[in-house]
Design a protein around this ligand. Structure first.
Ligand code: FMN
Length: 149
């Protein structure tokens, strides 16, 4: 199994944190919020996952800004997100940024996450109950493929 680090940013409902922790458990990975990335030695890991909630159809700004600061030349990376809609294409901005930093993208994952942002709060939010058991199981299957040697 490859030595894996998972960096994440999750502030709305802790949805992405749930996915990050499930992945970490499955892959025996180190998990860390992106604002604490300075406390880990990124270069020691063979594969790094970057996960965030989505705001305005892009991964959280904090993640985009911090990821851009890292030396990822030649590093295997994957991207994951949770969002009200659960669209994988929301990962694009982070995927492009990592590729431009010289990293090698090995996969992306997306699922729904409970969303009460803006007016949808009035209707009780969307994607209630997500990530659910199926989302967690899918996230575990995904990371399993990422870390097998
Ligand atoms: C400011 C803001 C903007 C959002 N914009 C979108 C969006 O464009 N598309 C979407 O599907 N969900 C959107 N969401 C919902 C979140 O992406 C979703 O709830 C996500 O699971 C939150 O992750 P977290 O709990 O890990 O922070 C937005 C949420 C917030 C707070």
């Amino acid at each position: 199994m490859k030595k894996c680090l998972i960096l994440y940013e999750s502030y709305h409902h802790g949805n992405t944190e749930k996915i990050a922790r499930a992945m970490a458990e499955q892959a025996n990975a180190k998990v860390c919020t992106i604002d604490k990335v300075h406390t880990v030695r990124v270069e020691e890991y063979e594969i790094i996952g970057f996960g965030a909630g989505i705001a305005y159809a892009r991964p959280y700004d904090k993640m985009l800004k911090a990821a851009a600061q890292l030396n990822l030349q030649g590093k295997a990376v994957f991207v994951f997100s949770t969002s009200g809609m659960g669209k994988a294409k929301y990962n694009s901005a982070l995927v492009e940024l990592l590729k431009n930093a010289g990293a090698s993208l090995v996969g992306t994952f997306a699922c729904k996450g409970y969303d009460t942002f803006g007016p949808i709060k009035m209707i009780g939010g969307i994607a209630k109950g997500h990530p659910d058991e199926k989302d967690i199981a899918a996230a575990k299957r995904f990371i399993q493929q990422m870390v097998v040697s």
